[in-house]
Write a protein that binds this ligand. Sequence first.
Ligand code: NAD
Length: 459
Amino acid sequence: MKPLLYNDEGIMKVTVIGGGGYVGLVTAVGLARLGHQVVGVDVNRQIVDVLSSGKSPIYEEGLEELLGKVLVESSLRFTTNIADGVSAAQVVLVAVGTPPHADGSPDLTALRSVTVDLARTIAPETIVAIKSTIPVGAVSEMQEAFKALGALDIEIVSNPEFLSEGSAVNDFFHPNRIVVGTTSERARRVMRELYAPFLKDESAFPLASLDISRNVPLVETSAESAQVIKYAANAFLATRVSFINEIAGICEQLGADVADVVEGLTMDPRIGHGYLSPGIGFGGPCLEKDLQALSYSAAIHGYQANFLDATLRRNDDQINHVVNRAIALCGGSVSGKRIGVLGLAFKAGTNDVRTSLSVRIIDRLYNLGASIAMHDPVAMEEAQVLLPSIDPAMTPYAVAENADLIMLLTDWPEYLVLDWSRISKMLRSKVVFDGRNALNPAICVAAGLRYYRVGKATS
Ligand SMILES: NC(=O)c1ccc[n+]([C@@H]2O[C@H](COP(=O)([O-])OP(=O)(O)OC[C@H]3O[C@@H](n4cnc5c(N)ncnc54)[C@H](O)[C@@H]3O)[C@@H](O)[C@H]2O)c1
């Protein structure tokens, strides 16, 4: 089948290491769809087998369909063998995980192991672009390691990823900027070729039938600045979430309604709308970890990032706050109470439960003696691994059976259109706590429920 790129010369051989992960898989599938010839390398044999059969272990809208398409077009294949994946590549993208250590520093074990594997297999003059979020200093460490291991003329680029889980495929095809951090002109040229369909207008790359953003801004900078752009972006988003939760807490005490406050606040174009939804806090694999990593990096270079640390503390406070509200709504103790929880994924649109605040809240309530039934439309299997003692419910209605409280903790669209009268009839105490301020209060009240949410003290 014909590749999509208008100009065959624009097709590049690309390898994505960590190609079975969230970032790696979306990147591999997306680049293949743009017409590049892509190999996804992953150490996880099971994931490689599942992906090769056309199934995606990651739930993202449109991902499995695109995966099937590019496998049929033969523009993407998967392997566990790094030598097989890398030997012919012009660009190697690295998207392995960088989870946090207990002290907040990023764990670079996977990146270091990839460096050793790459040094043995990579052809001279290959460009290695790091999509993983890594601290300043990690690129030069990798460069030194390559030299020490005899892999010469390898340029390393910081090319941070900004996609959001839940809208990852759309984010890939509609990036709002592309950041390339390197001082090598050769590496910059190759990266411009890799992302050419996004950087030029449609006359240069028609890419029939593909809805992608054109003339996307390209930020070419040093590796250090590219890395700080990524960390600063996540720190800023996290700060907005902690800020609005702080305002929500104040509203609850002052008798104001944070929903009205948000409406009035976000009409100011200087403020805008993003990440200003009061709720249970920021969860997921990136915001907390990246904030911790930036604060840690700052501290080891002699800068105390008090503001970032306060943002992190405020997020923990929000979990305490939600747990305390559940206790209050259960009459002063959750011990022996039955609580139904709707939503386990850290946000709607994904099956990712890594650092899900819903999971943390359930764990806290369980340890306080509550008996809990939980439901999620796509993340049940993943959540059960983390919460083996919690009763899984087959349907959202089943969590309401004889419950003293029902809590909405992930705002899946299907939860917003549940039959709340039916739920109300199943509950022992007719109380709902909306941890995402997403339900329609009038519908809940009409169903006979006492409805509570974040940022408003009363029903
Ligand atoms: N998930 C997000 O929303 C997101 C967004 C932007 C940036 N990031 C950053 O991207 C990076 C990857 O995050 P993720 O969520 O995709 O992680 P992930 O855990 O989903 O994926 C990492 C993949 O790398 C594979 N892997 C580990 N070691 C390997 C090795 N030596 N060789 C080959 N494969 C190996 C794993 O098997 C896994 O499939 C992190 O640095 C993260 O901070 C993530």
